[in-house]
Write a protein that binds this ligand. Sequence first.
Ligand SMILES: [Zn+2]
Length: 253
Amino acid sequence: MSPAWSGHDVDTEAAAYWAKRIAAALAAAAIVQAVAAAYRSAQASGSTDQASLAAILAAQGVTTLIAAALLQQLAQVHAEGAAIGREAAEAAVTGGSVDWSDWQPGDPPADAVAGLVALEMGERAAAQAMAQSRVNALARKLAAASQNGQVDAAGIARDELSDPGDAHQVALTEIVLASSAAAIAVYQRHGVQWHRWVTERDGKVCAICRANAKAGPVRVGMPFPSGDLMPPIHPNDRCGTVPAHMPQGGSRG
Ligand SMILES: [Zn+2]
């Protein structure tokens, strides 16, 4: 009998909270105006195809603005995720579960990501990559709209950047990432040597995650069958890991 992964109790609630913050930060007036201004210059130079638009958006600083807004959000989302992972892992180590009744999203302790160096170091690259893909999506939408006459570039920017599905995916995936990183730090601190992959039993678990779970205990710091050290391994992955006993004589139970 494996301990439960209490992170599943609050991960989606936290993601819903942070998704709103992310959407608002990305669709901030300064960013929307920068997109509109970049579109006007593209139009003035007659280069409203997708590739030119992507280049002009980047040249006029839109990617940098989006990356900066994301970076600011990621720092807080990771703190939230790390706090969740730390509590869930501490409970899992003792075989208990977390009483989340006093928990509220949006108020993570300031020290939650302390020591999770890889996480902090990865934030800038992650924000940059996400900003790049947002700018590409924006360029695609603006280029398509420009085929049909009058373009409300600011409106397109607001819709695209505040897309609730995109924001929720970023929030949930980054919460699970920070939560897993924090959990592994807790396991290492407690000398936990083996852990197992636990999926959310919501029927939406992918085959790769299911295979990781089926593999049974894996040494902390060694890869699961998918090649990953911890969740998430795809967007919206809600898996976690919990302490496990060393497998005996090839037993996979
Ligand atoms: Zn998964």
